[in-house]
Each structure stands twice: as structure tokens, then as C-alpha cells.
Design a protein around this ligand. Structure first.
Ligand code: GLU
Length: 300
């Protein structure tokens, strides 16, 4: 790396310490034990500690968490839960699992004396002006009250995310959802915790020559076309495509975005200390960026 390039990057990382409003997204695969699909309690606890610690530094924190369906299907003990299960079964799992997931979060966050709140969103939350206004007000009020909102798709009423054939009700996946939340609340940083270290020039699972990209200054067409599905994960929905889509929304809205490996969630404070983890996408606030039309045009 050239000296000036290195300096710029250090500066970008250093500036992360000053971020004020942070959205963190964690996927189902990062919350479960691979072997059993059961929740990883240690991970949940460390996640809560990390987020509360950010809160204690005076920052606003929002968590976007998947896991509703995964937790639900474990709860009703579905053996070999195939991807082709009827949609209503997945929705039932989401309804069971979302409540259980929130119960766990509330219990763990309470140990740090931290209140949390549940916000479930659909595409309509953004597309409908009245809904968007209400959602914005609720987020603002919760943050003012010092609460950590925990967000997920409302899978029981909007089903695109869990069934690709139904594309008119939903945002699509929690990567995109988290960027939409970041845009809606005017966050200055979005961190996507994934099962991959960040962005590579190719899929590192299949190409050993794939190179890691530490900083993305500008999302150009070439980068966007690189967004093949590069997470090996069978749970959750987000591949690199959805992450690059999220980066587009977040950076245009004025937030830096980081993709980092959620294997060890202590990576959160390491990132916030300005250390060189994950891929950082530099914010380029676009005054003409319109979240509503962007969401409206998604998959239509
Ligand atoms: N909303 C779904 C859930 O919580 C999963 C979404 C995703 O992983 O992107 O189960």
C-alpha cells in the first residue's frame, strides 16, 4: 500500500471513534451453534456487552437481528427443516422465534441495566409516508430515552425475505433492512456482522487467489458486479450482493459501512478503536438520494 493511501485509511479508521449513531446487524448464522442450530448464549451475551458498552460511551445504538425463523424452528423441534417448507410454516416459526429471541435479548440486556425495544418493519414502513413518519418518530424517541431498538423484518406479514416468489411486501433481507434503518435514523455508521471477513475480489471459498479489500472508496459498477453470493451460510439470506446493496444505501445516506466477521463479536470494540478489521465503505452523502424511491424500486 502507498504511504498516502495508508495514511488516508488510518485516518478513516481513526474517525470511527467519533461515530455517534451506530446500527449493528447480526445474521442468524452468527447467533447459532453450527452443529445444532441452537442459540449461542455466550455470543449473545458478548454482543449485548459490546452494544451496552458503546451506549455507555454516549453513542446511540440500534441492533438489527435475524434469527426469528431459526429460533422458531428449533422451538417446535422441526427435524430436517427443508427450505421448501410451506411459507405459512416459516411464518409460524418466525412468530414463535421472534418472541423467544426478544425474550433472550431482554433478559441479557437487563443484566447491563439496558432497556431494549422491538421494532418489526416491512417495505410499507418506508414506502408509505405515514408509516415512515411514525417509524422515524418511534426510533427517535427510543434513542432519546436511551433504549436500544432491536429490529427485524415482520416476517409474519411480509414474506419476500423468506420466499423469493413474493416480492411486493418486503424489503428483502436484513442486510438491506439494516441499511434502510441506518438511512431512516440518520446513522453515521453501519456494521454488518457476517460469516466472512469482508469483501474479496472473488469468492475466497472457491478461489484461493481472492484478495481482501480493506477500503472501498467508491462503489462502482465493477464492484457491484462482484457481488456474488460469497457467504457459505445456509441460514439467513444475505450474500455479498445484499451487502453491496446495503453499502449503496448506507453510503449514499451519509453513513460509513463496515462488513466484518461476527465469529468473535468483540470485533465491535476493536473496530470502534480504529483497528484494521473488516472492509470499510466510505460514506458519500448524496443530497439527491431518496430512500423511499430506492425501496419502491427494489425488485419491482
Ligand atoms: N428475518 C429472518 C429471521 O429473522 C431472516 C432474515 C435474514 O437472515 O436476512 O429469521
Amino acid at each position: 500500500m502507498e504511504k498516502t493511501e495508508e495514511k488516508q485509511q488510518n485516518n478513516l479508521r481513526e474517525k470511527l471513534k467519533n461515530k455517534k449513531r451506530i446500527v449493528v446487524k447480526i445474521g442468524s448464522s452468527s447467533l447459532q451453534h453450527k452443529e445444532t442450530g441452537d442459540l449461542d448464549y455466550i455470543k449473545l451475551e458478548v454482543l449485548a456487552r459490546e452494544l451496552c458498552n458503546l451506549k455507555n460511551q454516549g453513542k446511540d445504538v440500534i441492533l438489527v437481528s435475524s434469527g426469528a425463523i431459526a429460533v422458531g424452528k428449533k422451538a417446535i423441534n422441526f427435524k430436517n427443516f427443508a427450505d421448501d417448507k410451506p411459507l405459512a410454516v416459516k411464518q409460524a416459526c418466525a412468530a414463535i422465534g421472534q418472541a423467544k429471541l426478544m425474550m433472550m435479548y431482554q433478559k441479557i440486556f437487563a443484566e447491563y441495566n439496558q432497556l431494549t425495544a422491538q421494532i418489526l418493519m416491512t417495505k410499507n414502513t418506508i414506502v408509505d409516508a405515514h408509516n415512515r413518519y411514525n417509524a422515524h418518530n418511534t426510533f427517535s424517541e427510543l434513542l432519546k430515552l436511551g433504549v436500544i431498538p432491536i429490529v427485524n423484518e415482520n416476517d409474519t406479514v411480509a414474506t419476500y425475505e423468506i420466499n423469493v416468489n413474493d416480492n411486493d411486501t418486503l424489503i428483502g433481507d436484513n442486510d438491506t433492512l439494516s441499511a434502510i434503518v441506518a438511512s431512516l435514523v440518520g446513522a453515521d455508521l453501519l456494521i454488518l456482522l457476517s460469516d466472512i471477513d469482508g469483501l474479496y475480489t472473488d469468492d475466497p471459498h472457491t478461489n484461493s487467489n481472492a484478495k481482501f479489500i480493506s477500503v472501498v472508496d467508491e462503489l462502482n459498477d465493477h464492484l457491484m458486479s462482484m457481488g456474488k453470493s460469497t457467504t457459505g451460510s445456509k441460514v439467513g439470506t444475505g450474500g455479498m450482493n445484499t451487502k453491496l446493496n446495503a453499502a449503496k444505501i448506507a453510503t449514499n445516506s451519509g453513513a460509513d459501512m463496515i462488513i466484518a466477521n461476527g465469529k468473535d463479536v468483540r470485533i465491535l470494540h476493536r473496530i470502534m478503536d480504529g483497528r484494521d478489521y473488516g472492509t470499510i465503505f466510505r460514506a458519500h452523502k448524496d443530497a439527491d438520494f431518496n430512500l423511499t424511491s430506492f425501496v419502491e424500486e427494489m425488485d419491482s
